[in-house]
Design a protein around this ligand. Sequence first.
Ligand SMILES: Cc1cc2nc3c(=O)[nH]c(=O)nc-3n(C[C@H](O)[C@H](O)[C@H](O)COP(=O)(O)O)c2cc1C
Length: 290
Amino acid sequence: MIKKIYHLLPKNIQKKIKEQRYEQISKNRLKSFEHLNQKSLLSVALKEAHFLDKDMKGLYKKPLFTPHKKVLIKILNKIKDNKLKEDPSYLWAKKTSEIYTQWLEHKKPLTERKEKNIYDKSKITEIIKNRRSIRIWKNKQIPTKNIIELIESAKWAPSSCNRQTIEYHIYTKKEDRDFLGKLTPGGYHFLSNAPTIIAVIVNTSIYGETEERQPFLDAGAAIQNLLLKAEEINLAACWLGWHKGLDKKFQERYKIQKHMKVASIVGIGYQNENPRTPARKSTNNITKFY
Ligand SMILES: Cc1cc2nc3c(=O)[nH]c(=O)nc-3n(C[C@H](O)[C@H](O)[C@H](O)COP(=O)(O)O)c2cc1C
């Protein structure tokens, strides 16, 4: 009813209705975030900032995400953990709320990056094609700095609404490798020989009901980045699937909350086999043009 007569109402009443609607939207959103821990709040803040960032591109006829600004500011205020407050992603979200306010006032598209960087793109196809799953490793540990490099690449993968809810848990001790080797079905007999095992874990607590695929897709993109980086720096990795039914055992052993779910496991070390290249289907057979 109100929708039908809205445009007939005087401007000041329209403004009031709009403000009340925004207030209600922000209240409802904030309520749904009440139970979240600090790390999850940062991911939610990133999502809100992402909406504002999209708005500023001028993709929509009118600003679409104005109520999110208030939510973003309130969430940022709820983040008290100093380590998180110094995180570049927190600072990015904070800056986004500031420039969005300016943008609303001036309606000028604001972009920080004017030109695309020029860099050497020649190697990516070679790396993509030459990467192999390696399941036999040398008995030699890889340096921590290499593990950090892998995660540095993984974290640049796209993630749904830039929420970045993935964590990387690293295991190098024999008892952990044995535990994970036995637990991970597709790694039976060989995963425990990987000098380093990474569990790629997603925080499932901040995705809506229709979004159950997103955290695991985010993890998939991150894992692929990690594997390609491993190939680039001469490390050898194997991606291992995980089953829902294994979550409990894993969470109990490592005292991890229920919403933190393993997406997949990756075993990494130095290559000690030269596998055949498993063929790929012909492009013709997997492509349909409409
Ligand atoms: C989601 C996913 C789960 C996988 N799970 C396993 C696994 O449990 N055990 C295993 O040996 N390999 C696993 N792999 C690796 C695939 O078997 C491998 O990528 C495929 O055979 C192609 O070989 P390539 O990676 O050498 O090109 C998995 C790969 C993906 C993407």
